[in-house]
Design a protein. Sequence first.
Length: 351
Amino acid sequence: MKVSFLGAGAIGSMFAALLRKHAPELDVLVVVRGAHGQAISERGEIEIVGPWGEERVPIAWSFDPQDVAGSDIVFVTVKSQATQAALQQAQTALGDALVVSIQNGINDAQYGGFVPLERLVMGMTTTNMAVLEPGRVSMQLDGCTLFGPATGSSGTTGAQQVVELLRRIQVSGLDFAVERNVLGVRYNKLTINALGYASCLSASNFITEALAYRPWRLGVGRPIVEECRKVFSAGGIEITKIPGRSDLSRIVNLMHALNMPILGKMVQMAIKGKFERSPIVFSLYQDLKKGKPTEVDHINGQIVRLAESVGTTAPVNAEIVAMTHELEEKSGDTFFSRQDVIDRITKLTAI
């Protein structure tokens, strides 16, 4: 059985390496690019860091998307803005493969014309993986990865096949399951990312320097959540609960707990050590640091587009998009101050 990962960054590299390690009988290929891909090609392996320690996993690699030919399953793990280009490059090689998206954003429409609905599976992961340096990937946070039908489809046969495959990975804390309303869990995760991306504007630790900081929590975090929920309600989007820690309702409960005088201090102490040692790393922060284009148009921008499509507005998310583009136009490793972010969002919500 051949399994390929098209665009193996953090998540693709980690899942590919773990699959290769735990199911060595499989033919696993990573299609790579950039400095990370160059490091993998030179070493012929991916170094993975997690609760198992550090391990180097030999892996088959290619720079050519056409090399996915003959795959039974192709995971698409490129950045959202690179989806269409990646599919165009690999289109004639996809054959009858099951195509599986594990990406941020709501990208179903981008697959139209490339993959029939019956061969398309959409995924969402609450894990947090990070490229620590080229060729070296870390699991910052474990969690579940859910799979289900693309918008316009209802069958779960493909999703079940994907889950059966990935359950060969035997790592404590990594879970894989089928979810019929995968759109609902993706919008759940998208809201968390929208919050996280706002924290990236000031290079702030999402948990300890953003959510745990009262002025940011009340001035930025709460307005984003309220606006997203308003838009989802207007659009008839049914948000489905995500198993485990990384669920919007749990983030909201954390924010409420932090607002309480005595409990808040206890919660701050509990989360400080863990998330300072192993912070949640968002791709938007890494892209801004390197001066690369970000996925903001597919996260906060998706909320703005959904709002417009149902006759409402999302000014807070629109401002996050605008501020991100301001940083993209500057040299890499340039950020706003945390107070700048709070002030700009507060001005909007005070109107």
